[in-house]
Design a protein around this ligand. Structure first.
Ligand SMILES: Nc1ncnc2c1ncn2[C@@H]1O[C@H](COP(=O)(O)OP(=O)(O)O)[C@@H](O)[C@H]1O
Ligand SMILES: [Mg+2]
Length: 278
């Protein structure tokens, strides 16, 4: 397929406009082998939580593409809209062009002003990671009933409350309500899909956008990838949905005011991809 015009070059994917053929005007989402992480003694350590590309993992792009296509098709079957149109190669899919949930800086004459480029939405079945670090009064792995939080995407992600989203004008009240409902619906579908394979989703992160063609409807865009899901094996909910094996699983620490939390039963992307894409 013709290369098309580059719209955006990201850390793990590139976006092109399709210039000819049946999908002219739509976008092509190309999944790359580039992986984020950090350097340790001159060697790359891959870590999806990081924001710097440190090297390549051959085949990573194709796996992410298959994984995303699997979930976008599942959403389609369940009547949940997304930007997905078709898969056209090992590592590329055709998608509906969308506008990220962004906002121009309102007063650029003020030094330090910056536009809002994009929003991300996290959702959580259980308390761990940055949620527990922020709210350490909560029992690790407590059931959070898919609590949704919004983050402004930038050099570092900053939590933005739902009221602030409305007050700033970034999203309307109706859009926020619809967006949260959508994230929870998708989270439930993804969680069920994993549970049928004996795996439990701890939490995840989605991107939403307004469809360019049509009525600007808000849908899930970007990817549902192994990189944006935290998965564990051996989840054992009690009657409240709180994981009952947290004492064996969660390990927390505090040193110089910095908290850490690890989950011993968490499985790596490499492990759950095998179970998924066999
Ligand atoms: N349907 C879509 N329309 C427009 N942009 C999209 C769509 N889906 C994903 N994107 C954007 O494409 C980019 C994908 O590249 P990625 O490597 O994830 O970028 P980043 O490094 O910014 O996370 C993201 O910025 C995402 O917002
Ligand atoms: Mg991204």
């Amino acid at each position: 397929m013709a290369k098309g015009n580059l719209v955006y070059r990201g850390k793990s994917k590139d976006v092109f406009t399709i210039t000819e053929g049946p999908y002219a005007g739509k976008y092509r989402l190309v999944f790359k082998d580039d992986a984020t992480g950090y350097m340790e003694r001159g060697k790359p350590v891959f870590d999806p939580g990081r924001d710097t590309v440190v090297g390549e993992i051959p085949g990573k792009g194709a796996v992410a593409c298959r994984f995303a296509a699997h979930f976008f098709k599942l959403l389609q079957e369940r009547g949940v809209p997304s930007h997905y149109i078709d898969t056209v190669g090992d590592n590329e899919m055709i998608i509906e062009p969308a506008t990220p949930l962004s906002m121009e800086e309102e007063a650029p004459e003020f030094p330090g002003s910056e536009p809002l480029m994009n929003l991300e939405f996290t959702w959580r079945n259980n308390a761990t990671g940055s949620f527990w670090r922020r709210y350490p009064f909560v029992r690790p792995c407590k059931n959070l009933n898919k609590v949704v939080e919004a983050w402004t995407k930038g050099k570092t992600d900053v939590l933005i409350t739902l009221e602030a989203l409305e007050a700033t004008g970034a999203m309307s009240r109706e859009e926020i309500a619809r967006g949260i409902e959508l994230v929870k619906d998708i989270a439930e579908i993804v969680s069920m899909e994993f549970s049928t394979r004996g795996l439990h989703v701890i939490d995840g992160k989605f991107e939403l956008g307004r469809l360019r063609d049509g009525d600007g409807k808000i849908v899930i865009i970007d990817e549902i990838s192994p990189d944006v899901l935290r998965i564990c094996k051996g989840y054992s909910p009690d009657e409240n949905g709180d994981c009952a094996v947290y004492k064996e699983c969660a390990v927390t620490n505090i040193s110089e005011g910095n908290r850490t939390i690890k989950n011993k039963k968490q499985v790596s992307a490499a492990e759950f991809i095998d179970i998924f894409l066999e």
